[in-house]
Structure formats: C-alpha cells, structure tokens
Design a protein around this ligand. Structure first.
Ligand code: PLP
Length: 396
C-alpha cells in the first residue's frame, strides 16, 4: 500500500527520524576507554525524565517485563508479601510474575474500569501493623483499559499508615509521556521500556531505583545475576556494563532523551494531555464512551473506546488494518471484542491524530457502527484550535 503505515497502538510507538538515524551506526567496542562519554551523561540525564535526583537508573537489554523482574528479584525474598490491585491486563501480569517468583501477593480484585484502589490500599496498610507487606505494586497507566492511577495517593496511604513498604510503579506506558514525579511521590522503583514514551525500538528495560530500594537489595534473597543492581551499579559507575550492552540502542536512547529534554518534561506531558483531550472530545461526539468510569483517571497516552452493542471491537481493529493500513490496539482479556484502543503516546502531533480519528470513523462505520463521519474529527479539531490558542498566549 502506498503512503505511510499508520501506527496508533500503545507501543511500540512511532519512531522519529532523529532516533532512527542515531541508531544507524556501526558496532563499536563497548569496553573502549571513551565509552563512558556516551553512557555516564545518559544515565545522569535519564534521571530528569523520571524526575529523580536521589534515584539511580539502570538500563538493561530487555523490555518492560524484564524491568518488573529486575525490581522484584533485586529487592524481595521468597515468601515476602506484596500488595497489588488487579484491574487490567498489565497489573494482572505483574501479579503473575510475582507469584512465579514465590511471593505471596495480596490481590485486590477490582473492575477493569477503575484505577488502583487507593482507599482500599490505605485500609489494608493501616491494618498491617506487623508490616508484613514489603512492597506495594501499582500500575500508573493501565494500557489495557486506558485508566491511570493516583500514585501520589498511594504514597499518602503508605505515609498515613506509617508503613515502611516499598512503592513499585509500573510506568511502562506513562514515563516519558505523562507527568511522573519519582522523588516527590516517594517511588522506590519505576519501571519502563524503550518502545513507548521513549519513541524507540523495543529492546531496553529502563528502571529507576531509590536509595531505599538499593538498601533492600542488600538483604534480598530472590536474587538475579543478570539484573543484579549491585553488579550492574559497580560497572555503571565507570560507564560500563557487566555484559555486552545494546550499543546502538544506547545511542538511540541518547537522542530520545535529548528530544524529551529539549521539549521539556512538563511540555511533553501537556502535549499528551492536549492530544488525548482531542480524542476524548471525538469519542464523545461519536456518542461512545471510554472504558474508564472516572473521567479524572482517563489516560493521556491511550484511549480504550467501548464499541456500541452489536459491533465487534476485534473486527474494527482488523478492518482498520486491512482496509486503511492503520494499526489500532485490540481489547485484551475480558475486554476482547468490547473495545478498541487508540495509542497516542510518544512522537505524535495534532494532524497525525486527526488522521487516525478519521480512519477510526471509517472503520467504525464499515463495521456497522452508525456514527456521523467527520463528527469526531471536527470535535478534536475544535479542541486543538482552542488549546493551541491558549498555548500560544501562555508563551507570549
Ligand atoms: C507495554 C506494557 C508492559 C509490558 O512491557 P513489555 O515491554 O511488553 O515487556 C507492562 N506494563 C504496561 C503498563 C505496559 O503498557
């Protein structure tokens, strides 16, 4: 098919030419005496993306799932209790990973239309006076449902209970896109991957860890050799890695961080909010609704749209792919068939997104949803024009 393939899944995301060019280079010696000139400032600048001064960043060949595993195996011991909510595909998988490592997971089962249950967490933490719970796991942005969670609220729940548990956050589809404040929220481990907000190819797990988590790593008994924080940290100090790092991806990550910091993390978050709000206006104009039942928690990186009765969400995704060369996300787990997902994170702007909304309108109509063609596009256009004017005035 002629023209660019339209990629609107919530990861991997669109890769800017700047990053693609940065990666396109010959192999080199990762033990060269000047390798640290690339890696040391990169590890330092990554802290700005997580908004941490006290934390330490590790970059592993891997993906977000590997980042989860690094966090768990470095800080906990077999039989330890962790607290987690299951309210989507990714929170569910993180729980399964913990169980596979022999942890005792206290699971709060919630509706897949809600964020993490801050109030329920607070009650459980208050009642846990023996401090059996060693870590609280929260998914900042459930990519399956398009629902965010209140990480600051979870921090408050821990503080109000005077509870010493570690706070681990899955930020795979939020970090480098949404407002994320590792130090301010007292996050002890923040996990992400390269192929979402960082606009990179898949292949890196990026994990930021607090001094408290590094302290816990000293007595943890689960243990990992490859992901071991101590072993990696010793090597990182001099800009090296205790294995062969993905050098080309590190150059890509350098360019990614350059782009993020040039735009400014607050501006990155504001852009994602502006774009997502346009999508929400479109969904509204179509007479459809989003999966999340609290508008305050609607995600700025992915919109999970409920399809009308009688329409198969899977068919919409397949048809958009085959007929219009556009990739949308499908419904995961119990949401299969009931939703489709529009990813709008990373390297996206207004006009790109308007194209996606126009494609969705065609695919929906072709699949039997009688929505007015152009209605969502117009609603998003109006939002973008008004929001653009506000941004221009703020800049003056
Ligand atoms: C994509 C994603 C993951 C899984 O990451 P991989 O890079 O696919 O291993 C985990 N959590 C969330 C919230 C995600 O969006």
């Amino acid at each position: 098919m002629a023209g660019y393939h339209q990629l609107f899944i919530p990861g991997p995301t669109n890769m800017p030419d700047r990053i693609r060019s940065a990666i396109d280079r010959p192999m080199e010696n990762h033990r060269a005496p000047d390798f640290g000139e690339l890696t040391l400032p990169l590890l330092e600048d990554l802290k700005k993306v997580f908004k941490t001064e006290h934390g330490r960043v590790f970059v592993f060949p891997g993906t977000g799932t590997g980042g989860w595993e690094a966090t768990i195996t470095n800080t906990l011991s077999p039989g330890d209790t962790v607290l987690a909510a299951r309210h989507g595909q990714f929170s569910d998988q993180w729980i399964q990973l913990c169980q596979a490592h022999g942890l005792n997971v206290r699971v709060c089962d919630r509706s897949w239309h809600e964020g993490a249950p801050v109030q329920q967490f607070a009650e459980i933490l208050q009642a846990d006076t023996d401090h059996e719970i060693k870590a609280v796991l929260t998914c900042h942005n459930e990519t399956a449902t398009g629902v965010t969670s209140d990480i600051a609220g979870v921090r408050r729940a821990l503080d109000d209970a005077g509870h010493p548990a570690l706070l681990f956050v899955d930020g795979v589809s939020s970090i480098a896109s949404l407002d994320f404040r590792m130090d301010e929220w007292g996050v002890d481990a923040a996990v992400t991957g390269s192929q979402k907000g960082f606009m990179m190819p898949t292949g890196l797990a990026i994990v930021a860890v607090s001094p408290k988590a590094l302290e816990a790593a000293k007595t943890s008994k689960l243990g990992s050799f490859y992901f071991d924080f101590q072993r990696n940290g010793m090597s990182h100090q001099n800009g090296f890695f205790p294995y062969t790092p993905a050098t080309t991806l590190l150059y890509g990550l350098r360019e990614s961080v350059n782009m993020l910091l040039e735009e400014g993390m607050d501006n990155v978050a504001a852009r994602h909010n502006r774009l997502a709000e346009g999508v929400r206006k479109a969904v509204d104009a179509w007479g459809l609704s989003l999966c999340g039942n609290d508008p305050a928690l609607h995600s700025d990186t992915v919109s999970t749209v409920m399809v009308p009765e009688g329409v198969d969400g899977g068919a919409v995704v397949r048809h958009a792919y085959e007929r219009y060369d556009m990739a949308l996300g499908g419904g995961l787990g119990p949401l299969a068939g009931k939703v489709f997902r529009i990813g709008h994170m990373g390297y996206v702007n207004e006009v790109m997104l308007l194209g996606a909304l126009a494609g969705v309108e065609m695919a929906l109509n072709d699949c039997g949803a009688a929505i007015q063609p152009g209605s969502g596009v117009a609603a998003a256009q109006n939002h973008f024009r008004a929001a653009g004017a506000a941004t221009a005035m703020a800049a003056e």
